[in-house]
Structure formats: structure tokens, C-alpha cells
Design a protein around this ligand. Structure first.
Ligand code: AHG
Ligand code: MN
Ligand code: MN
Length: 332
């Protein structure tokens, strides 16, 4: 049955990108197969529960956060064209001792609050060019999402899928029982219109007035200003919420809120915002901080910088940007 679909190797062979980049993507994809195996086994692999540690962002680490971070770090440090890695779970970058090639950043396990309840989680990655002829330093990672040469994620859900963009569009692969990726979604496009939004509604009282106005307009349905009924989804794993947007449209919102006014948003620019923004833009959607500013144009000031996120179906992101309360959607 799977013979009908090209494999990831077949697909990479046909891509007009440097061989070294294909090697990096193949290494990440291989490690995601291993991670999928651990996720599937859950408690049987000792993968559930807390690790008893906190990461640099002072978030409690789950056992699986630590395990997957170690797995990906080790794989990429052994991958010849990789000069350094950066991770949501590590304070500092880890140089590999080699120069040139690529830098890889990742969220090894996105949606980690879902692990213990057997709901979808994923791995998000971003690939940047490394400087030539010298060891990389943190500043080399802070060049902005437009400079990514590739990005993608694996989602460990009802199916395990890998979604990828290199030089062209967005492609999706499904994992078979033998651990091989098959190209099941050769050209993923985000529909321009949607009636579905994703936001953590429990934060409503903390949002900027314009975000409240936008969501209230959606909730008003057919007889409200938007003239249509909306549906809501919130998986609490960006990777699964963005996957839904890539598969059938929608908007995914994690805006700035007043709980921590100095923080632009909850999600991380290098490990979550930028790679997802590249995928969404390449699939014809919009990926912004505030409905207007492209996430890919935000130049990070540090490795663990946060960003507000409003991404998805292009016309709906325009509607988000155009809510009556106007510009106060925009974060500082
Ligand atoms: P992570 O598990 O890597 O820390 O990321 C969790 C993120 C993101 O995946 C998700 O969309 C969001 O946090 C969920 O936030 P709420 O807890 O507000 O639902
Ligand atoms: Mn995450
Ligand atoms: Mn994570």
C-alpha cells in the first residue's frame, strides 16, 4: 500500500538544495522516528511524569522533555554538517566543534502538558546557515526567520507525520510501521478563508481589548458583525494546532497578555514562532505577531526570546488585524 508514495529519501533526492542540508533533514527525521517510538510506549518507556528539573525559562521539565532533548542533541552533534544546536530546553547553544554547514534549533517536545493524557505532542525544528570558517556563537542564531533554509515538525498524533519546507512548498510525510516516512501530502496549502479559531479562552480577561473584540465578533456568529458561525479548537500543543491549520485552515492565536506585560508572548521565537511561520507562509497563509508584523521579520535579541503569534488563513489574519479597536493589538 505504501509503495504508492515516494519515501522521504526519494523526495530529498529530487530537491534542489545542498546535499549537506539533506543530510541534516534526514538526521532530524530519523531521530523523530526514535522519539515517536518513545512517545508511543509512554509509561512503558519510563517517559511519563516530571523530571524534577526546570529549564532556562523556569518551566518544569517533563521526563520526555529531557529525554527528547538529549536524543535530538546527540543525533545532531553527530551529524557532520551541523556546527551548533540550540534548544528550548538548554540554557546555551551547543557547538559541535565543526565549522560551516548549519545551525539547528528545536523544541524537542512541544505540548508537553499533553504527554500524560495521551494527547498529541510534537517536535519542531528550524535550520539556519552557520558562519564559515569560525566556531558559531549565540549571535549567529539571532538572524531572523527569513534566513531559515528549512523548517518543519513531527507530530505524534493519531498518525505520526513529518511536515517540512526547504526551498519550495510544504510537504507532509506519514510514518509507516517499519519506521519509514512516505510523502502523503505533496503540496500543503492553507485555505484563505476559515470559520475556525484556536486560542486559550481562559486568558480572555488578560488580553488586549482588540483581541477581545476580535474573538467576541467571532463568537457573535451569523447575526454578529462577521456574519458567520465560528468553531473553536485548542489542542494545547502548538504543533497539533498548526497542523490542523495546515490541513484545513483556521487561525492559531497566542497573543501578548497583561499577566507579564514585558513579555511579547508565551511562545518562543526561535523554536516555535519562526519555524511555524516559515511553514505557514510557504503554504500561502500569514504568520504574524499582531495580524500585521510578519514573525519572520522579527530579529531576536536572545536565544530564548518570546513572541506573540497570530497565524493561519490569510483573510482571517487580515480580519484579526482589522478589528475595531485597531492598533492596540500590536505588542510592544
Ligand atoms: P511546550 O510544551 O514546548 O512548553 O509548549 C507549549 C506551548 C504550545 O505548544 C501550546 O500552544 C501552548 O504552550 C499551550 O498553552 P496553554 O497552556 O496556555 O494552553
Ligand atoms: Mn513548545
Ligand atoms: Mn517543548
Amino acid at each position: 500500500m505504501t509503495a504508492a508514495y515516494p519515501t522521504l529519501d526519494d523526495h530529498l533526492a529530487g530537491q534542489d538544495v545542498p546535499e549537506a542540508l539533506k543530510v541534516v533533514v534526514a538526521a532530524i527525521a530519523t531521530e523523530c522516528v526514535a522519539i515517536a517510538g518513545v512517545v508511543r510506549l509512554g509509561g512503558l518507556a519510563g517517559a511519563l511524569g516530571l523530571a524534577g528539573t526546570a529549564n532556562v525559562q523556569d518551566e518544569e521539565q517533563k521526563k520526555l522533555d529531557v529525554m527528547t532533548n538529549d536524543m535530538l542533541t546527540e543525533r545532531l552533534k553527530a551529524c557532520q554538517p551541523v556546527a551548533a544546536v540550540g534548544s528550548e530546553e538548554m540554557d546555551l547553544i551547543e557547538p559541535t566543534g565543526r565549522t560551516g554547514g548549519y545551525l539547528v534549533t528545536f523544541d524537542p517536545l512541544d505540548g508537553s502538558s499533553n504527554i500524560d493524557i495521551n494527547a498529541p505532542v510534537g517536535t519542531i525544528f528550524s535550520i539556519l546557515p552557520a558562519p564559515e570558517g569560525r566556531a558559531p556563537v549565540e549571535a549567529d542564531f539571532l538572524i531572523g526567520g527569513r534566513k531559515q533554509v528549512g523548517a518543519g515538525y513531527a507530530v505524534y498524533g493519531a498518525q505520526t507525520m513529518l511536515v517540512l519546507t526547504l526551498s519550495g512548498g510544504v510537504t507532509g510525510f506519514t510514518l509507516d510501521a517499519q519506521g519509514r516516512w512516505h510523502l502523503t501530502n505533496p503540496d500543503i496549502v492553507v485555505p484563505a478563508d476559515t470559520k475556525e479559531f484556536a486560542i486559550n479562552m481562559s486568558n480572555r480577561r488578560h488580553w488586549a481589548p482588540a483581541v477581545r473584540a476580535y474573538i467576541d465578533d467571532c463568537l457573535a456568529g451569523k447575526t454578529g458583525p462577521r456574519g458567520k458561525d465560528f468553531n473553536m479548537r485548542w489542542v494545547a500543543a502548538m504543533v497539533a494546532d498548526v497542523h490542523r491549520v495546515l490541513m484545513r485552515g483556521g487561525v492559531f492565536l497566542y497573543p501578548w497578555d497583561q499577566r507579564e506585560p514585558d513579555r511579547p508572548g508565551k511562545l518562543r521565537l526561535l523554536y516555535e514562532g519562526a519555524p511555524m511561520a516559515l511553514l505557514i507562509e510557504r503554504a500561502g497563509g500569514k504568520a504574524t505577531t499582531d495580524g500585521v508584523t510578519p514573525i519572520l521579520d522579527v530579529i531576536p535579541r536572545n536565544l530564548h526570546e518570546r513572541c506573540a503569534v497570530a497565524l493561519g488563513s490569510a483573510n482571517e489574519i487580515d480580519a484579526y488585524a482589522g478589528t475595531p479597536a485597531g492598533n492596540d493589538l500590536r505588542q510592544v
